[in-house]
Design a binder for this molecule. Structure first.
Ligand SMILES: Nc1ncnc2c1ncn2[C@@H]1O[C@H](COP(=O)(O)OP(=O)(O)OP(=O)(O)O)[C@@H](O)[C@H]1O
Ligand SMILES: [Mg+2]
Length: 507
């Protein structure tokens, strides 16, 4: 036999498309060529494969060797093709049997000694192979990650020799052991740590219930960052499918997936010096950015106006669509990015505008310029803007005296869960994700509510987009109360969550 076919997987976004490795040995001048859009690391595979085969006491055929990675137009990156290429050569030269290879897929980088090294992004591969009848063979080090898919048929090996002995029927390969670590919800920070700030805590509950984006505005040290970090504790927990998607994205990221993070809700808080690529993803090969690492979780941008404006603008598309498309000349990669957006900022450059405890030194112009750092289209995409006020010393004392040590996190999480269930039953999505037509259909306003909203719109000169945001937030407030209709009380409360719009009007 001089032609062998081995199945493996490439990496494209969070997909793992099938790659057929064809190994052909022919007479003629001895040589070793890899074709089919291989990147530099794949071309280097020739040297690794040759040494691994020789050091495993197999014979490296002195023939004209052609390796074709099909489909040819799919970019191939990394050392993951080493093992399938080596097996292709060994099968084509008759040193291992062909039959068993057809029922398996292989992935793994080879050391010169023939040992198998872990590859990045194993979870998407496992999920893709699960859709087929084939068995996947992965390096030992990838076993724990592969085991997250409980139903997958995966075998692990630590050396090329082990894989060959397995294919020759001389030894078995161990299935990977399911070793789920406990979910980490238990050590999430709790709401009870935050004293006072009832208005902001209520806003956090509403944001969690309707999956609304939220901007916290207030002087330094009022607890904005504390509030944001408490959001995961009151959100519904990840289900198995969501947890797998989160793990798959982490698996292809530059830092990889840590099994300790299994089922932990993503909470990403990139620094304001982050670049567009760090935030939305990119590079070569394309890697997911912070917005995709926050998929099914929370993206928190602290000190929002300090972010580069172009970086912030790149958030507009994913905020709307729930995914990001990274286009390169030859190909496109799509990463999911359904995150809940939360941001924090000071009301002015010195931070103390409107503070009850300190004087603000900023001129009106300075405040205006500071607030205008955030573009209208971005602010338009934020459902709730909440003022987090500074607390005078006397109030701190009262709060400390009245503190019973009770924590409201679990109670709030339960009411969030109930409100979410109502939304899903009514419209199959969270209120924040309602489109314009859905908002009109599902946010039924009473006569008084309609009248109040009309008056507010006229008085505060809100845009049509803000009109819809208020209706959606009011719908969530009604859902928290299990009310079928949206009343004027719900509208009145929803309007209180437009703090920045009011500040802009006053500035
Ligand atoms: N409401 C509060 N209850 C308890 N502690 C608080 C509260 N507000 C602030 N603190 C204390 O102040 C510290 C700073 O809070 P935090 O970082 O959340 O403020 P911030 O509003 O984000 O400030 P900045 O604008 O400077 O980022 C916290 O670590 C906490 O110790
Ligand atoms: Mg802060």
């Amino acid at each position: 036999m001089t032609l062998a076919i081995v199945y493996t997987r490439a990496s494209s976004g969070i997909e793992a498309p099938l790659v057929t490795v064809e190994a052909h040995l022919s007479n003629g001048m001895a040589g070793f060529h890899i074709v089919g859009l291989p990147a530099a690391a794949v071309k280097e595979s020739r040297d690794r494969v040759r040494s691994a085969i020789v050091n495993s006491k197999f014979e490296f055929p002195i023939k004209h060797i052609t390796i074709n990675l099909a489909p040819a137009d799919l970019p191939k990156e990394g050392g993951r093709f080493d093992l399938p290429i080596a097996l292709g050569i060994l099968a084509a030269s008759g040193q291992i049997p062909m039959q068993a290879i057809a029922t398996h897929e292989f992935t793994g980088e080879l050391a010169l000694s023939g040992e198998l090294r872990a590859v990045r992004g194993i979870l998407p591969v496992v999920l893709a192979v699960q859709q087929t009848e084939r068995i996947l063979v992965v390096p030992d080090e990838n076993g724990q990650e592969a085991a997250l898919v409980e139903t997958a048929r995966v075998r692990t090996a630590s050396h090329l020799l082990e894989v060959c002995a397995y294919l020759q029927g001389r030894q078995t390969l161990a299935p990977c052991k399911v070793k789920h670590t406990a979910p980490h919800e238990t050590n999430l920070p709790l709401l009870g740590d935050i004293k006072g700030q009832q208005h902001a805590k209520r806003a956090l509950e509403i944001a969690a219930a309707g999956r609304h984006s939220l901007l916290l505005v207030g002087p330094p040290g009022t607890g904005k960052t504390m509030l944001a970090t408490r959001l995961p504790a009151i959100l519904p927990k990840l289900d198995e499918a969501q947890a797998l998607e989160v793990a798959a994205i982490a698996s292809i990221s530059s830092s990889g997936f840590d099994p300790q993070d299994w089922r932990r809700m993503p909470f990403r808080a990139p620094h304001h010096s982050s670049s567009s690529v760090a935030l939305v993803g990119g590079g070569r090969p394309p890697r997911p950015g912070e917005i995709s690492l926050a998929h099914h979780g929370v993206l928190f941008l602290d000190e929002l106006p300090e972010f580069n404006r172009i970086v912030l603008e790149s958030l507009r598309e994913p905020l709307e669509s729930g995914h990001i498309t990274i286009s390169r000349a030859a190909f496109q990669t799509v990463f999911p990015a359904q995150f809940q957006f939360i941001a924090a900022m000071n009301p002015c450059p010195c931070g103390y505008a409107g503070s009850a405890t300190s004087r603000c030194n900023c001129s009106r112009d300075q405040v205006k310029r500071y607030l205008s750092k955030l573009s209208g289209p971005l602010l338009d995409r934020i459902d709730m803007q909440v003022e987090v006020a500074s607390l005078p010393e006397s109030i701190w004392q009262q709060l400390a005296e009245a503190d019973t040590g009770e924590d409201e996190t679990e109670a709030k999480r339960i009411s969030v869960l109930a409100a979410r269930a109502r939304q899903l039953q009514r419209q199959q999505c969270c209120n924040a994700l309602l489109k314009a037509s859905g908002t009109t259909t599902h946010c039924q306003l009473t006569r008084e509510a309609k009248l109040l909203l009309k008056q507010i719109m006229q008085k505060l000169l809100f845009s049509a987009r803000v009109h819809h945001r208020i209706m959606k937030v009011a719908r969530t407030i009604a859902d928290l109360e299990n009310s079928a209709v949206v009343t004027d009380t719900h509208i009145a409360e929803a309007v209180t969550y437009r703090a920045l719009d009011r500040m802009k009007l006053l500035a």
